[in-house]
Design a protein around this ligand. Structure first.
Ligand code: 6PG
Length: 232
């Protein structure tokens, strides 16, 4: 394996068309092989147009388990909620029947990881995600693996599937899937846009300190194929 594979496009439209087709192909193959597919998507602004494209795809969405890589600990009615973004941009049209699993439980975020492990469907906890779509922040975080968080080292090294985390440089406490789950995926797509993020990404590839730039946990491993889709 030769991670990560860099795939660039002239603009976001051609990137999203290509990435959408690749994601659908992987989900269709999973449904054919195992009768269901598991898709993990990220929050933030970058994937919104991709979500809208995916929502229009004629796929057996009723066979797809859909979950966020991480969630800000705010109500799904809050504009900062990643769930709100998924419900607005992805869970409609063809994809309206996807099996979305919310990470937000309204309880104390500190007890949420253990609680979720008792209520999440076994499929989600026992099987590998077929497709994981990750973004990246300008500090080199991905999911909610923030380098500024006091517990980032335990988040990156835990055997727990989910952890609570409090970034210092971004609002809201969060819950996040950990590398323990993300690095069991069959395919990871890193989806980034803009020259600033390309500079951050290139910097992430020059050293191996994952605490400084947690996305290195994804980029520098050789167990799961990682394809990075970028456009200006
Ligand atoms: C979140 C995301 C986070 C996001 C990056 C990039 O909850 O914020 O999961 O990891 O992917 O911060 O966000 P943008 O796409 O908005 O730049």
């Amino acid at each position: 394996m030769n991670n990560p594979t860099w795939i660039e496009y002239n603009n976001t439209t051609t990137l999203e068309t290509a990435l959408c087709a690749e994601i659908v192909a992987q989900l269709e193959a999973a449904i054919t092989a195992r009768g269901f597919a598991m898709l993990m998507v990220s929050g933030g602004k970058t994937p919104i147009q991709l979500f809208r494209r995916l929502a229009a795809q004629p796929l057996l969405w009723s066979k797809v388990w859909l979950c966020l890589a991480d969630e800000r600990w705010v109500s799904p009615t809050n504009q900062d909620s990643n769930e709100a973004s998924v419900r607005t941009h992805l869970l409609h049209g063809e994809a309206a029947v996807a099996n979305f699993i919310s990470l937000y439980q309204g309880s104390d975020v500190k007890t949420a990881p253990a609680h979720l492990c008792t209520i999440l469907p076994e499929e989600l906890l026992q099987n590998a995600f077929d497709v994981v779509i990750l973004g990246m922040g300008s500090d080199g975080h991905t999911a909610s693996w923030f380098p500024c968080a006091t517990n980032i080292e335990s988040v990156l090294n835990t055997s727990m599937p989910l952890m609570a985390i409090q970034p210092q440089t971004a609002p809201h406490a969060r819950i996040t899937w950990t590398p323990r789950v993300v690095l069991k995926a069959r395919q990871i797509f890193v989806h980034i846009v803009g020259t600033n993020k390309k500079q951050v990404y290139d910097r992430a590839l020059t050293h191996d300190d994952c605490l400084m730039m947690p996305i290195r946990t994804v980029l520098l491993q050789q167990q799961v194929p990682v394809h990075t889709y970028w456009s200006p």
